[in-house]
Design a protein around this ligand. Structure first.
Ligand code: GLU
Length: 414
């Protein structure tokens, strides 16, 4: 962990916005802490016959607006601290996008690349069973995140349904279409990010055509963001993942790169010039998209960034110290809670479809995604311009204003 605990960083961002907004200190006392975090032991039988006990979490940060919503990640770096911070960000993200949700996040400490499919299935099913007391379509709705996929969601849905005795498709989002998943959900985060980037260029009266882009983390989010941005006329000149980094000043062939990653799960199997993956952040580009993990840009490297704007595909890729350096240097940052919100926007549409049993065509899903993203961008941009604050601060203001309004009507129980 760089520059302190992740929860502390999430709190620092909240305090900054709270000062600007002059948020009621009593409300801040509620919002600075998670509502509940469940820590569970997950014993499973490995393929070799031995038992291994994993540790998992589910944090439901705040449910003032509605049922809590957020992904589940499988990664060796998962911790209670990380899950709480990510759940806080989901709370602000859902509030900013005007979704009827609070925020949550879950995770299991594991290296999913070292587990077989059968082991991952047992791990997912047992984790679901352990967090069952706090799950439900009107309580808390999981979704995919780092190293979890539509298949993981299918196992969660099946496990929940088996316990209930009926099929419950609205318990998760990001599931396969055949089980009630939404068209367009897989691409949604990357597509939303491309829409936000396009709107940012438009607001600055600049063209995306020929803008140079570097993408850190060529997974589902980074890959789709690169695809849609290149379709909009931008040139993706560098892309990295855990295996390495590919560069091409003339522009990488994104559809072929995606095919390669789909097949081999690693970018460097694709032919082309390679550089060290740590160099990706410092490429001479217009737009940098960190779409890997948190804490990538910090006090020790923020001054070396050459991009004019950073669009946060990952959650929390810049530390508050890194943020300050970038602000002083005049580098714009489009914050995670806006830039990567496309996923949860379509998750909401998926939940609505599953609850109603009426399924939408992809055009309808995409039109709603476009509408929501453009509206949220405008709100954040106008606020930032009017108050002369960063886009992150403006996004927090918009989110907190909505939550504060909800508390004003609901009051504090009892
Ligand atoms: N894990 C994604 C995120 O961080 C999606 C969450 C969801 O769809 O509920 O926004």
């Amino acid at each position: 962990m760089i520059d302190g605990s992740l929860t502390r960083k999430a709190q620092k961002q909240l305090y900054k916005a709270a000062r600007e907004f002059k948020l009621d200190t009593n409300l801040l006392k509620i919002l600075e802490k998670p509502m509940r975090t469940l820590k569970v032991s997950i014993p499973i039988k490995l393929d070799n016959g031995k038992t291994k006990v994993f540790t998992g979490f589910r944090c439901q940060y705040n449910n003032a607006i509605g049922p809590t919503k957020g992904g589940v990640r499988y990664h060796p770096n998962v911790s209670e601290d990380e899950v709480v911070a990510l759940a806080a960000w989901m709370t602000w993200k859902c509030a900013l996008l005007d979704l009827p949700y609070g925020g949550a996040k879950g995770g299991i400490i594991c290296d999913p690349t070292k587990l077989s499919e059968a082991e991952l299935e047992r791990l997912t099913r047992r984790y679901t069973t352990e967090i069952m007391p706090i799950l439900g379509p009107h309580i808390d709705i999981p979704a995919p995140d780092v190293y979890t996929t539509s298949k993981t969601m299918a196992w969660i849905m099946d496990t929940f349904s088996m316990f209930k005795g009926y099929t419950e498709p609205s318990i998760v989002t990001g599931k396969p279409e055949i089980l009630g998943g939404s068209k367009g959900r897989k691409e949604a985060t990357g597509k939303g990010l491309a829409i936000i980037t396009r709107e940012f260029f438009k607001a600055q009266k600049k063209s995306l055509k020929g803008a140079k882009i570097a993408v850190q983390g060529f997974g589902n989010v980074g890959g789709h963001a690169a695809l849609f941005l290149s379709k909009m006329g931008a040139t993706v000149v560098a892309a990295s993942d855990a295996s390495g980094c590919l560069v091409n000043p003339g522009g990488l062939d994104i559809p072929r790169l995606m095919e390669c990653v789909e097949k081999y799960a690693c970018i460097i199997k694709h032919p082309g010039k390679q550089i060290h993956r740590d160099e990706l952040l410092f490429q001479d580009v217009d737009v940098l998209i960190p779409a890997a993990l948190e804490d990538q840009i910090h006090k020790n490297n923020a001054s070396k960034i050459k991009a004019k704007v950073i669009v946060e595909g990952a959650n929390g890729p810049i530390t508050p110290e890194g943020d300050e350096i970038l602000e002083k240097r005049g580098v714009d940052v489009i914050p995670d809670i806006l830039a990567n919100a496309g996923g949860v926007v379509v998750s909401h549409l998926e939940w609505v479809q599953a609850l109603s049993g009426l399924y939408w065509e992809e055009e309808q899903v995409n039109a709603e995604l476009e509408r929501k993203m453009v509206k949220a961008f405008k709100q954040v941009w106008d606020k930032a311009t009017k108050r002369k604050v960063t886009l992150r601060c403006a996004a927090y203001l918009a989110a907190i204003e909505r939550i504060a309004e909800v508390y004003r009507y609901r009051g504090l129980f009892p």
